[in-house]
Design a protein around this ligand. Structure first.
Ligand SMILES: CSCCC(=O)/C(O)=C/O
Ligand SMILES: [Fe+2]
Ligand code: NI
Length: 180
């Protein structure tokens, strides 16, 4: 189940946790974060890669591109035994920003975003069917857990694809991580 936990930036214990989709979407919408429930019903093989996933979700990708103006899409697909899972987890766990909105559509599995907005930290557990768009310039990090399982479609306007600006703020170290 998708979940939003709200933390004061100085604390690692949430003051509020929301599990109803409408409540999550409303709370995130108030700070400019788009959170939608799409329909990821096309069966994919375990660890499906870019071609299989983009072919299966072509219509959704085309719709997203048309509305966002973004020009490219890729797929991040992690299985619990992925040989580079530790390196990839560490990379996304450092607080960073992007120069463009971060649009992600989870078509399998789950992962935990933390968004650092003003004095608050929003922990968003995204599940299959969830679409999230984090506004450009928003400091955030992402935890895939020690045994990741997710497939997410990523959209980019930047021709270089994923470009991150690390903030050097160690804030992420204080927040709960996925254990499994
Ligand atoms: C679910 S995609 C996670 C990796 C990524 O692209 C990113 O920018 C995390 O912040
Ligand atoms: Fe990011
Ligand atoms: Ni699965």
């Amino acid at each position: 189940m998708s979940r939003l936990s709200l933390y004061p930036q100085a604390a690692d214990t949430p003051t509020r946790t929301l599990t109803e989709f409408d409540d999550i979407a409303e709370a995130l919408g108030e700070v400019g974060v788009r959170f939608e429930r799409w329909s990821a019903t096309t069966p994919l093989s375990m660890g499906a890669g870019q071609d299989e996933t983009l072919t299966a979700y072509r219509a959704d990708v085309d719709r997203l591109m048309a509305e966002s103006g973004y020009r490219s899409a890729d797929v991040i697909s992690l299985t619990p035994d992925h040989p580079q899972r530790e390196m990839l987890r560490a990379k996304f766990l450092d607080e960073h920003t992007h120069g463009e909105d971060e649009i992600r559509f989870f078509v399998e599995g789950s992962g935990l975003f933390y968004l650092h907005i003003g004095e608050q930290v929003y922990g968003v557990l995204c599940e299959k069917n969830d679409l999230i768009s984090v506004p450009a310039g928003t400091p955030h990090w992402f935890d895939m857990g020690p045994r990741p399982h997710f497939i997410a479609i990523r959209l980019f306007g930047n021709p270089d694809g994923w470009v991150a600006h690390f903030t050097q703020n160690p804030i992420a170290e204080r927040f709960p991580r996925l254990e499994a």
